[in-house]
Design a binder for this molecule. Structure first.
Ligand code: SF4
Length: 343
């Protein structure tokens, strides 16, 4: 259960202040300290009376992430290991980049410590699930990265450890908090939830009012190859996934991103490509082709860069929108599939 004061809305904090015999404007002050300045102790809330700060500290201890390790990639990506209040560790990645509209800072957050999905190419999946994160633990990762870079976070992706739709409520609550105008005010369209294909979650997200972006870790469009790579979603087969994505695009009018990690001799044949084209045909989607990153102890090999580009060109020629995505932070094991709490 998520009981941190950090999850309270502005309205809730106003009520709390009234209950504590304070004027309600103190609620806004408290909110700003928590979500605009993101202070780590009540002592820093200098415009609140000292007695009130002491009462708050006693009733609502402020939990903080503790930085355990930070590595910086040669491409500027930073990977963090944070310890949560109970000592459980999670990884977060900060990715600075330049785009046509200026500089970007993307934070890849974990929504669970570990992951129960066991995808065969993913270091996180091999560790199993430790626990799901509370919403404020997801939000705090974004604040911590913003503080470390001393730059505004422009984008958030739930692509770190965990399957976000197995922690749906906390993930959505965190994204809403990050989207709030009085908080970090990150645009909903700049926040992406990435799922391995949990149909119930896709359907729920399609009914939410916010325009969060949906990404699917597809990685194979033939059932056999997908079952081998992602055995725990075998019970949610590709035709049902496709139907769910069609419902999603019909309801929301929004395009879905399909992530496809190209792995040599696993999902890179012409038949695999034809299956991907067939899966995408007639659907509002965009394919991101990704190189496989090295994971210690795994035999999976990346395809040559030339093959990635050939796939991309052919998909576009066959009217499937596609781009090749470069991986960030692979030299510090901070790229897709590599997160593992390894120090
Ligand atoms: S790829 Fe995603 S869903 Fe699969 S095991 Fe890794 S973290 Fe979990």
């Amino acid at each position: 259960m998520d009981t941190s004061i950090k999850t309270s809305s502005l309205e809730d904090l106003g009520k709390l202040m009234e209950d504590m015999g304070q004027p309600s404007f103190r609620g806004r002050q408290l909110y700003e300290w928590l979500h605009t300045h993101h202070v780590s102790s009540y002592d820093e809330m200098t415009n609140l009376p000292k007695a009130l700060r002491e009462q708050l500290a006693e009733r609502f201890p402020l939990e903080q992430l503790r930085l355990v390790d930070k590595q910086v990639s040669k491409d500027g990506t930073r990977k963090y290991v944070f310890s949560l209040v109970d000592g459980v560790q999670v990884e977060t990645v900060g990715i600075p980049s330049r785009s046509a509209d200026g500089s970007r800072l993307t934070v890849c957050v974990s929504t669970q410590a570990g992951c129960p999905m066991g995808c065969s190419f993913c270091a996180t999946g091999q560790e199993g699930l430790t626990r799901s994160l509370a919403s404020h633990e997801i939000v705090d990762q974004v604040h911590a990265v913003q503080k470390d870079f001393e730059a505004r976070v422009s984008n958030v992706v739930a692509m770190g450890q965990g399957e976000p739709f197995l922690n749906y409520d906390a993930t959505l609550a965190a994204f809403r908090k990050l989207n709030e105008k009085q908080g970090l005010n990150i645009g909903a369209r700049h926040m992406t939830i990435s799922t391995c294909g949990i149909i119930e979650g896709i359907d729920r997200l399609s009914l939410e009012p916010e325009q969060f972006t949906l990404a699917i870790s597809l990685h194979a469009a033939t059932q056999l190859a997908r079952n081998a790579l992602m055995p725990k979603v075998a019970s949610q087969p590709l035709p049902e996934l496709r139907e769910a994505l069609e419902r999603y695009t019909e309801r929301t009018g929004r395009r879905v991103t399909l992530e496809y990690l190209l792995i040599q001799d696993i999902n890179d044949s012409d038949d695999d490509k034809d299956a991907l084209v067939a899966f995408c045909h007639g659907m509002l989607c965009h394919v991101n082709l990704l190189p496989m990153n090295h994971v210690d102890g795994y035999d999976f090999k990346p395809v040559p860069a030339k093959v990635l580009q050939e796939w991309c060109d052919e998909l576009n020629r066959r009217h499937v929108s596609a781009t090749v995505r470069t991986s960030h932070g692979s030299d510090i094991a901070g790229a897709c599939g590599q997160l593992k709490n390894k120090l």
